[in-house]
Design a protein around this ligand. Sequence first.
Ligand code: ATP
Ligand code: MG
Length: 211
Amino acid sequence: MENKHKGKFITLEGCEGVGKSTQLQLLKEYCMAHNINAVFTREPGGCEISEKIRDVILNPDNCGMSDMTELMLYCAARSQHTQTVIKPALSSGAVVFCDRYCDSTAAYQGYARGISIDTVNMLNAAAMGDVKIDYTVFMDVPPDKGFKRKGGAEKNDRLEMEEFDFHRRVYNGFKEIEKANPERFLSFKAEGTKYETHELIVAALKERGVL
Ligand SMILES: Nc1ncnc2c1ncn2[C@@H]1O[C@H](COP(=O)(O)OP(=O)(O)OP(=O)(O)O)[C@@H](O)[C@H]1O
Ligand SMILES: [Mg+2]
């Protein structure tokens, strides 16, 4: 199904520290240099109310938050952000780039935390309304190769191992979503420099008429 809005909606997804924000910054510079009408935003957050919800989600005082509460807060923030920022920008014909979106919720709250994928998909769909993602730039980097981990200490103790298992499930979740959405997913191994990856992303988006 084509996005019925004029613009194009591109999301960036992947595990932590794999270079999503780095690529978004390079895309921003590219769009400015080429006079492309583009909006850059992020989740959770992206507008005033959703940034407040982000603070609730990320506040360490809220460590007692249940998985379902967390899922619903992400989707509540997404709904507000989609209706007030993403949808109007798409209607105006802009290319909207969003740092994380529905697939992160499916990978983290669904595949990694264990909430049923049907429940996650239902809430994601409610949050998106009639907005559709045109393409997802997926940084296909396994958690042990995340750039932030490069040169880091060995992860050996129980908690660190658990943390690693969690991120492994997140990665495997993304790979499942990729398999289910081969047309939408544009996957990049991000093995070269950030500039080399940037060139590949630009080429893929040009080929599809986004840039
Ligand atoms: N291709 C690359 N080669 C080497 N280092 C890179 C590359 N891309 C990004 N980096 C570095 O890796 C680190 C993490 O990148 P970045 O913050 O963009 O990741 P992220 O996916 O946005 O992380 P998070 O999920 O935490 O937001 C940064 O220090 C960045 O400079
Ligand atoms: Mg980032």
